[in-house]
Design a protein around this ligand. Structure first.
Ligand SMILES: Cc1cc2nc3c(=O)[nH]c(=O)nc-3n(C[C@H](O)[C@H](O)[C@H](O)COP(=O)(O)OP(=O)(O)OC[C@H]3O[C@@H](n4cnc5c(N)ncnc54)[C@H](O)[C@@H]3O)c2cc1C
Length: 275
């Protein structure tokens, strides 16, 4: 028998927390809001906007989530045992008082995350990362922000807007399928949203966002850009920002939220290969 496998040495991976579905609300035809609660969420914290966590789902054909044994370095997999099936999502809201964690799931078609969300019902159990990671540090001194996202990044865009200071003006570009997918956004900052529509065009999601960023006349002053979208479109936007506009990379945060033809795109794709 093979010895149990564990993940990369030295990396501490606390056991995911079991979380039970308490409510499911349809925000738009393709966006489902799932609210989770449960005693294992005690101690869960958020550190800033646009964080991410892993949601671990039951495997297709299994009605219940089965997590492997967990050690200090992560899952301890016995021979033949599979890694937990998980995907990356944004903690849209953590209500400490109510002990409720909200995640907005885009129903995009194939994929265990989208498929699970489509059938989600109260009392079902998933497991979420012990703590979310990757919070974006808002520049409290920024005069303006350009925030751009597609529908998978719309939950993150919502958290970013809510975290901006009132002194800032945000120019927001969000690409969704059509007007029925638009959501109400709120912020202490002044902001203007331009909704863009891809109309379900296969292979083209993110391209209207790219065009809008290219055409936007950036204001004077201390500004920052945050972009979250499909990895190919993100790279072209990053190229445009750094190479054509000559933007300082420290002011331009770009992130691939998913990728055409790839399952489980990594949660740390910032387009570093572009520059
Ligand atoms: C930091 C971060 C935060 C995220 N937050 C959220 C969130 O809050 N809500 C959310 O819904 N998603 C979010 N995502 C995106 C989500 O992780 C991906 O869409 C993921 O691929 C979904 O898993 P899946 O099992 O549905 O599809 P997968 O099994 O990963 O992929 C199956 C197929 O679907 C395609 N696909 C994946 N995503 C999309 C899409 N958006 N549109 C069209 N085709 C797609 C893939 O190219 C692949 O061909 C986030 C991603 C990152 C990196």
């Amino acid at each position: 028998m093979n010895p149990p496998q564990s993940p990369k040495a030295g990396r501490v991976r606390a056991k995911p927390r079991l979380a039970e579905v308490v409510r499911v609300d349809r925000l738009t035809p393709h966006m489902l809001r799932v609210v989770f609660a449960g005693e294992e969420l005690e101690g869960f914290t958020t550190r800033g906007p646009a964080e991410h966590l892993k949601v671990n789902f039951p495997r297709p054909g299994e009605s219940k989530l089965v997590l492997p044994e967990w050690g200090p370095e992560g899952p301890i997999l016995l021979e033949g045992q599979q890694r937990p099936l998980n995907r990356t999502y944004t903690p849209r809201r953590w209500d400490l008082e109510a002990g409720e964690l909200t995640v907005d799931f885009l129903i995009h078609g194939e994929g265990p995350g989208s498929t699970w969300a489509q059938q989600a019902q109260p009392e079902q159990v998933v497991a979420v990362s012990h703590q979310p990671g990757g919070a974006y540090k808002v520049d409290a001194e920024a005069d303006w922000y350009v925030i751009g996202g597609d529908e998978a990044a719309l939950p993150a865009v919502g958290t970013l807007l809510e975290a901006l200071p009132p002194s800032c003006f945000a120019h927001v570009f969000v690409e969704v399928a059509d007007p029925t997918e638009e959501l109400k956004l709120e912020s202490p900052a002044r902001f203007q949203v331009t909704w863009l529509h891809h109309g379900g065009a296969v292979g083209r999601v993110g391209r209207r966002l790219e065009q809008a960023v290219r055409e936007f006349l950036f204001p004077e002053g201390n500004g920052r850009v945050w972009i979250g979208c499909e990895a190919g479109a993100m790279r072209d936007i990053r190229r445009h920002l750094l190479n054509e506009r000559g933007m300082d990379r420290a002011r331009a945060h770009t992130q691939g939220y998913w990728k055409y033809g790839a399952v489980n795109h990594p949660d740390n794709d910032r387009g570093q290969d572009v520059g």
